[in-house]
Design a protein around this ligand. Structure first.
Ligand code: BTN
Length: 250
């Protein structure tokens, strides 16, 4: 079981609930948000029986192998700017993972964290009343994945050949989420957009295929618009704004 007291103390007494097992920490955190918990409250679990990914996918949550948690965020930011919060969280997680592992880390818009072109962390952000629930799943010490996701997924242990301590990594991720949220609130969206463009090989100049509800668009990425959406220069010359994920290398 993760030593949650150590993490909480390292973050100045942060409220962190760590469960042995739950269906999904998204639901646990949503209940806490609804009950009015303070911003930064965290709920995590050793095992999720119904871990959720984006687009209704399942999130593999092998017991004790990864970090599966959700943070309640109350960010004073206009609704139309919310997509930029997801970019800020992706930047935070990528920075903490790079520091903990020494690996080169990439970000695939909007917020998949990649190592060696495979997914090491997924982020799911949902609105709950006036709060955001930000779910983070990091593949830390898995030694393999089920066959259907093996070509797409990687853990920090698989990439480094070493077991990674989860407590310092969790503390670093939570600290980085605080810092990037502050950058967004204090310096504005331009600062986050600039940092994302710099950190992500997918944000500009990358040949991709984008699944838009079954239709596949092909082209080259051309930066982000002012709200953090991805601009795609399609092969047919059209400039299309991509509002949701499904971006793959082509
Ligand atoms: C994705 O890339 O599709 C997002 C994956 C998000 C997974 C995390 S694990 C903790 C939290 N609880 C969930 O059920 N999902 C998120």
């Amino acid at each position: 079981m993760l030593n949650v007291d150590w993490v909480s103390e390292r973050l100045g007494g942060r409220l962190i609930t760590w469960l042995d097992q739950t269906d999904s920490t998204m639901e646990d955190a949503a209940r806490l948000a609804e009950a009015g918990c303070s911003s930064g409250t965290v709920v995590g679990a050793e095992l999720q029986t119904a871990g959720r990914g984006r687009h209704g996918r399942n999130w593999q949550s092998e017991k004790g192998a990864g970090l599966y948690f959700s943070v309640v965020m109350r960010v004073p930011i206009a609704a139309e700017r919310l997509p930029i919060v997801t970019l800020a969280v992706g930047l935070a997680v990528a920075e903490a993972i790079a520091a903990a592992s020494g690996l080169e880390v990439d970000l695939r818009w909007p917020n998949d964290v990649l190592v060696q072109e495979r997914k090491v962390c997924g982020i799911l952000i949902e609105q709950q009343g006036d709060a955001l629930v930000c779910g983070v799943g990091v593949n830390v010490n898995q030694s393999s994945f089920p066959a259907e996701i093996e070509p797409l997924a990687i853990s920090l242990r698989m990439a480094t050949g070493k077991e990674i301590a989860r407590e310092p990594l969790l503390a670093d991720i939570l600290g980085a989420i605080d810092r990037y949220s502050a950058i967004l609130v204090e310096q504005g969206r331009e600062a986050v957009l600039r940092l994302f463009l710099h950190a992500s090989s997918y944000a500009a100049g990358r040949r991709v295929a984008v699944d838009q509800g079954g239709e596949i668009l092909r082209g080259v990425t051309d930066g982000l618009d002012e709200n953090g959406f991805l601009v795609l220069r399609e092969d047919n010359g059209k400039r299309t704004l991509i509002l949701a994920g499904g971006v793959r290398p082509a």
